[in-house]
Design a protein around this ligand. Structure first.
Ligand SMILES: [Zn+2]
Length: 437
């Protein structure tokens, strides 16, 4: 059993990330935070716990990267400044078609290294080769909600028909163990790529196996225009009209929404997976998450895949999210620091299917430590402000996932970093040369 006494200079505690503890400590037993408070009080409860002192650090709840395509780490930097269709047709899809399940496994391992080093204890994914990603996540010992992509012409299964056969069998087999750190949902790519007959079958399997549906929705203006032509309504209204929203929906992007969309999102079990940097980079716009939060629609934050971001760092993503909302609302008061940290951490855990109340007594022990060794962390006039607006992913020094210390003083305890980087560099080089690029 894990048993840790963790002492830090500051702790952001509470189910809304709104309590600051100075000179604090956290007691962890197995996967749970047994107690948290002033170190002078918590110290009295030690009985055989491993002691970890991080006196120049702050403890925050771990991030959940709520929208990824993890093996896309292999595609990092291959195409930056192109329109969506050139990006997809000339770079992303040709690269992916040359990716084997083993390539995807190493790409996912590189993704896990990056998630860990930037303080994420888990991720919500939509990609093919889900079993390769599962293998990587289990080796890394981090959380994952894997939603295998349903999409036409995948390198793993070929046609849409074969892909759905493969995905439905996988989901039937994999959803039987809800206590695993790796859970399964279903990932129909988008309403414009997956026909209605398949969406209905997906809804049926998702309902029988209690699996969430992870789908791209209302991402670009063009997509909305096309949907209005094809379905006479927006993508969100369309999936609602065919009954998909009777299930738990994890809707990636939701950049362009109208009042009707928001009424559906509010009435259903719907979580917006917000990816501000990817939306900016692809020039798709800014999702109005301040409006969603105002209407009590759940929001979590992700980075999207490395092909469109190009990193998985959540500290940078949440500060971008907060800055954009201020701009969009023309009001700097529209989102506060506790709110945006909760969205990136506790709300991400909820979306992943693992309820958390942050660093609180009785909550699951997913904890990220940031080190204060760099000058941008000083002075500590407001530690929470520094987390949101002056910290960087590279400040992450330690990570606990489900009570396990998997990253300690910037050393990986589960993965062989050098071997993974070497392997992934060789894979990318091979595929790019096969593409003739
Ligand atoms: Zn995506």
């Amino acid at each position: 059993m894990n048993a840790y006494y963790l002492e830090t200079k500051y702790i952001i505690s509470g189910s809304k990330c709104d309590k600051l503890i100075r000179d604090g400590a956290i007691l962890i037993e197995d996967s749970v935070i047994i107690d948290v408070g002033k170190s002078e009080d918590i110290k009295k409860l030690i009985s055989g716990h491993d002691k970890i002192k991080r006196t120049n650090h702050i403890a925050i709840p771990s991030f959940i990267n709520a929208h990824t395509h993890l093996p896309e780490t292999l595609l990092r930097g291959i195409c930056d400044n192109q329109t969506l269709m050139t990006w997809l047709n000339e770079y992303i899809w040709p690269f992916e078609m040359k990716m084997s399940s083993e390539d995807a496994y190493y790409g996912a391992l590189l993704g896990c290294l990056e998630l860990i080093e930037s303080g994420s204890s888990g991720f919500i994914d939509q990609y093919f080769y889900a079993e390769s990603i599962e293998k990587a996540a289990k080796e890394a010992n981090i959380r994952a909600l894997l939603c295998p992509s349903v999409f036409d012409n995948t390198p793993e299964s070929g046609s849409l028909e074969n892909t759905w056969k493969h995905v439905s069998n996988l989901v039937k087999r994999k959803t039987s163990n809800p206590n695993s750190l790796v859970k399964y949902g279903i990932g129909p790519h988008a309403p414009y790529t997956v026909p209605k007959e398949y969406l209905l079958q997906i809804a049926d399997v998702a309902s029988k196996h209690n699996a969430p549906i992870h789908i791209h929705l209302n991402e670009t203006k063009q997509e909305i225009e096309n949907a209005k032509e094809q379905f006479k309504m927006s993508p969100i209204q369309y999936i609602h009209s065919i009954g998909l929203t009777d299930l738990r929906i994890l809707g990636a992007h939701c950049v362009h929404t109208d009042q009707k969309d928001m009424e559906i999102m509010k009435a259903c079990d719907f979580t917006v997976l917000h990816n501000p940097q990817s939306n900016l980079k692809m020039a798709n716009g800014i999702a109005p998450i301040y409006k969603y939060l105002d209407q009590r629609i759940d929001v979590a934050v992700g980075t999207d895949g490395n092909a469109s971001n190009n990193d998985l760092g959540m500290l940078e993503e949440i500060s971008t999210a907060a800055l954009l909302q201020k701009y969009l609302a023309d009001d700097p008061k529209v989102i506060n620091n506790s709110q945006i940290l909760s969205v990136g951490t506790i709300q991400g855990m909820k979306a992943l299917g693992e309820p958390s109340s942050g660093i609180s007594k009785g909550s699951v022990a997913d904890i990220t430590l940031l080190s204060y060794e760099r000058s941008h962390s000083w002075p500590q006039n407001d530690p929470l402000s520094n987390v949101i607006y002056s910290s960087l992913s590279s400040d992450v020094s330690d990570l606990f996932v489900n009570g396990n210390l998997i990253y300690e003083n910037r050393q990986h305890r589960t993965l062989n970093k050098n071997r993974i980087i070497e392997k992934c560099s060789a894979i990318s080089e091979r595929i790019i040369s096969e593409m003739g690029k």
